[in-house]
Ligand binder design. Structure first.
Ligand code: SF4
Ligand code: SF4
Length: 190
């Protein structure tokens, strides 16, 4: 639908342009002086010296949730890869020894240089195995290949970032706390 914006006709002062140009310069000067004299009142953050606070529901780096035995909750159904508009999730399924679980990922990589952080993979996952609530928005690697996060990296997110009493971030469906799962797996991250 076309939306028409009604413009107010200029009065004779505005049509002279000189006063409007001076008003614009005054605004520029005001912001420049504020940056020099009252830096702390600016609505910007001096990144990277100061990191902005990332909301918990921000779509950041992915993590894979774990089962009580430490294995990924992922059942290698491929729905996240199918939903991904950037085609940057690479999954290889394998059989498991557990008769209750048909498949598990043998490989689960996400190329974070190709990812557009849309979150569709998280929405598509039927078992809540994939989340993007790590608040990790800035990571630097010397090589392009290093931006491909393998399954192990996606599974070993740091519990320090997620307090044990924060059930939203710690618990996968079924109530498994991440540290319990990692302990069962025989490794400690913190
Ligand atoms: S966030 Fe979007 S682009 Fe990135 S892996 Fe998920 S579906 Fe693909
Ligand atoms: S992360 Fe979820 S959607 Fe993706 S393959 Fe695993 S179970 Fe399926």
């Amino acid at each position: 639908m076309v939306r028409q914006v009604k413009q107010k006709p200029m009065n004779w002062v505005e049509r002279l342009y000189v006063f409007e140009a001076l008003r614009g310069l005054f605004t520029t000067l005001k912001h420049a002086l504020r940056g020099l004299l009252r830096y702390e009142t600016l609505p910007t953050v001096p990144y990277p010296e100061m990191k902005p606070e990332i909301p918990r529901n921000y779509r950041a780096r992915h993590r894979l949730m774990l089962r009580p035995d430490g294995m990924p909750r992922c059942v290698a159904c491929g729905m996240c890869a199918a939903a991904c508009p950037a085609h940057c999730i690479y999954i290889e399924a394998a059989e498991t020894e557990d008769p209750r679980i048909e498949k598990a990922p043998a490989r689960f990589d996400i190329d974070h240089l190709v990812c557009v952080f849309c979150g569709l993979c998280v929405e598509a996952c039927p078992v809540d195995a994939l989340r993007m609530d790590t608040c990790e928005t800035s990571y630097v690697h010397p090589k392009r290949d290093d931006f491909v996060a393998p399954m192990f990296d996606l599974m070993t997110w740091d519990p320090k970032t997620y307090p044990q009493n924060d059930s939203q971030s710690q618990m996968a469906p079924g109530g498994t706390l991440n540290q319990q799962a990692l302990d069962a797996w025989g490794m400690k991250v913190n």
